[in-house]
Design a protein around this ligand. Structure first.
Ligand code: 5GP
Length: 140
């Protein structure tokens, strides 16, 4: 069995995909189970598992082309917008342990949904907000 991630095997061409972009560090291809026409996955070629595993330069390489790819996806399927998201970790629904940005077209035809529909919301007091903000600052 290969010790490469599924997405490394796609980059290598060992698993076929509909490639839509490639440069030295970044690769993009159509999701095999699209949430909408044009649903694209954008990945670093290096198999970092989560966003926080990526060195700043590697993340900058992906971000340097992500907007251009999203615009091309929108234009290709005549979408009105895109949702761009990472399932960052297993508990967030990440199935492939190789960080990837989902670029999902959205349409002004009554089907569009914001990511807010995924969550029930959290009712925090001012004290709780300050505590969590402080803990986030302390953990950087
Ligand atoms: P995750 O749940 O890890 O955020 O997303 C993984 C995505 O990879 C899923 O949307 C799934 O449809 C897609 N995927 C899984 N296997 C393959 C494959 O072999 N080829 C392609 N193109 N996409 C895949």
């Amino acid at each position: 069995m290969s010790d490469q991630t599924l997405f490394e095997q796609i980059v290598e061409g060992e698993i076929p995909s509909y490639t839509v972009y490639e440069d030295e560090t970044t690769y993009a291809f159509l999701d095999v189970n699209p949430l909408a026409p044009g649903h694209t996955l954008v990945i670093p070629k290096e198999p970092y598992e989560r966003l926080e595993d990526m060195p700043a330069g590697a993340a900058a390489d992906v971000f340097g082309v992500l907007g251009e790819i999203a615009a091309a996806v929108e234009a290709a399927v005549d979408a009105d917008a895109t949702t761009i998201a990472i399932n960052n970790g297993e508990a967030a629904g990440q199935e492939v342990p190789h960080v990837h940005w989902h670029v999902v077209p959205q349409f002004e035809d009554g089907t569009a949904r914001p990511i807010h529909v995924m969550f029930d919301g959290a009712d925090l007091s001012d004290d709780e907000m300050e505590t969590v903000a402080e803990r986030i600052r302390d953990n950087q």
